[in-house]
Design a protein around this ligand. Structure first.
Ligand SMILES: Cc1ncc(COP(=O)(O)O)c(C=O)c1O
Length: 531
């Protein structure tokens, strides 16, 4: 199988994106070249009238972003420092991250990206099924989002006035709320964790209660409030104490939820309709009954759709699959269009009114950069691209084909316990093989590090088949796939063929021995590199 050829045969939307993007880049370069000869404004004495005139003159000549004389050349900087990427990160940011990459052999030097692909220095495509932890629903560098961001930059909008209101924020709120008509108000912020923080504050203020409930294996972000609702111990270790009065219940356990709610002191039950860690799906009727119990006991139901929302499961919100209308919905990740961090809390009017209940409380919760024009435009362009290219329908259809294709291709494997998911949120769960010798080897690998066995699949998936994917969480034998919605049919076959081959290879003693050898080799290289 020629995976290079398969990767190169991306058709339809993806090819169009690449062509459009190349055209934009050409325009941008021409504008930069045209500007290179212009004199610098900074050397003249400042005069408001002259300054305004200069701005007007420049913008009359500008047809794209290069309206100002080039004092800073990003391309030149990137070219000059290209070889320093890993060394700089190791020295000034996070050396442990480099150790992980080197140990796994994931230290590929990606130099550009388009649609669902990352490209290395040799211009070889890698299919990105990690999607920046779920950010790239549209793929990378989607022309609709690039176009919107360029327009914002060219429009000289008066953003972040703070003592003014934003039209773009109003339109984005209107368009998001139109997709969940039982909700009335929007609050924007800059990340998923910030949306969770807002939900915690709003639910306490709205109910006058302080207790918060969350699910085992739930993940809601790493700021203090969000981390206090995190069911994944390794993230919490050494960071306590946490926000008070947070309690956990097992996911899919209605009696436990009812017992916890019956005390009638719970402000909110915060739940991911499909859990990101492990890709755990709700049992039939679980979410609908949880919503009913919350209503009965005066608790707000907060759906964290930061990962599973925005079309990821084949509906705009994952909770639509289960007929649930939460009191608050949290979005982030894909709303950014892959460019500008953004978060959103959509809620019932009554909740909002309890928080912002007097004029003096107009600024009681907010954030300096929230509602910035670039973020709002990225959100609007993302929604437009979803509609224009029918991408949510595509996520549903291609996701279903991928789940059934993988299930069929991997059904004979002793190692694969289950392929599950919804739309483009897919898990491949591994487990001990039946064969006695293989089982002993599997246990040995898992005893060394729970979940390590997944690397037996993930390493060759990247190094031999150029597919980037991840484990679904700490210490669990589950691989998670979050493909961009724009993958082609060829990409789908690329994934199915690659998994069939690496899973086949891994269920032999030779395969397991290879994993040990590969990890040991990478670890030695890592040690040599960091020495
Ligand atoms: C379900 C869920 N909630 C919240 C978050 C936190 O989002 P962010 O990383 O933007 O703070 C994440 C991030 O992975 C998530 O998956």
């Amino acid at each position: 199988m020629d995976f290079l050829a398969l990767g190169g045969t991306c058709v339809g939307a993806v090819a169009r994106h690449i062509e459009l993007f190349s055209r934009m880049r050409l325009q941008l370069n021409r504008a930069w070249e045209a500007n290179a000869g212009q004199s610098r404004i900074g050397s003249r004495p400042y005069s408001p009238a002259a300054s305004l005139h200069a701005h007007k003159k420049i913008s009359m000549h500008s047809n794209t972003l290069g309206a100002y004389p080039m004092t800073f050349d990003l391309h030149a900087l990137l070219d000059e420092r290209r070889g320093d990427k890993f060394a700089l990160f190791e020295r000034h940011l996070n050396p442990q991250m480099l150790r992980v990459l080197r140990t796994l052999g994931f230290d590929v030097d990606y130099v550009h990206a388009e649609g669902p692909y990352l490209f290395d220095r040799e211009d070889r495509p890698y299919l990105d099924l990690l999607s920046g932890f779920g950010v790239f629903a549209l793929g990378r560098n989607h022309p609709t989002v690039i176009g919107a961001l360029e327009q914002v930059l060219r429009s000289r909008l008066p953003g972040l006035v703070q003592l003014d209101v934003s039209l773009l924020a109003g339109i984005l709120a209107e368009r998001l709320l139109a997709r969940m008509p039982w909700l009335d108000k929007a609050f924007f912020c800059n990340s998923g964790a910030e949306a969770v923080e807002a939900a915690i504050k709003f639910s306490r203020a709205a109910t006058g209660r302080s207790k918060l409930l969350y699910c085992e294996h739930g993940f809601h972000g790493l700021t203090y409030g969000a981390l206090s609702l995190c069911g994944d111990e390794p993230f919490r270790e050494r960071f306590g104490p946490f926000v008070g009065e947070c309690a956990t219940v097992p996911f899919n356990d209605l009696p436990a939820l009812e017992r916890a709610l019956a005390t009638r002191d719970v402000a909110a039950f915060v739940v991911e309709p499909v859990q990101g860690k492990g890709v755990n799906l709700p049992a039939d009727g679980y979410l609908a009954e949880a919503a009913r119990l919350c209503r009965r006991h005066g608790t707000l139901l907060v759906a964290d759709e930061i990962q599973c929302g925005m079309g990821r499961t084949g509906r705009f919100l994952a909770c639509e699959h289960f007929g649930v209308e939460p009191d608050m919905v949290l979005l982030a990740k894909a709303l950014s269009g892959g460019f500008v961090p953004v978060g959103a809390v959509l809620m019932r009017g009554a909740i909002f009114d309890r928080v912002y209940n007097r004029m003096e409380r107009a600024f009681v919760h907010g954030s300096t950069f929230s509602k910035n024009d670039l973020a709002m435009a990225a959100g609007l362009a993302t929604l437009a691209a979803f509609d224009e290219e029918r991408l949510i329908e595509r996520a549903a259809a291609v996701g279903e084909q991928l789940i059934s294709g993988l299930s069929a291709r991997l059904s004979g494997s002793e190692l694969v316990k289950e392929v599950r998911g919804k739309g483009m949120m897919i898990a491949i769960e591994l487990g001990p093989p039946r064969d006695f010798k293989l089982k002993a080897a599997y246990s040995l690998v898992e005893r060394a590090d729970k979940g390590l066995f997944c690397q037996l699949i993930l390493i060759p998936l990247l190094t031999q088949h150029r597919i980037l994917a991840q484990v679904a969480g700490h210490a669990m034998p589950v691989i998670k796939l979050l493909p961009p919605f724009v993958i082609s049919d060829d990409d789908r076959l690329w994934i199915e063929n690659a998994f069939a081959q690496v899973v086949g290879d891994s269920q032999s003693l030779a395969g397991m021995w290879n994993l040990g050898r590969t990890l040991a080799g990478h670890a030695l290289r890592e040690r040599a590199g960091s020495a």
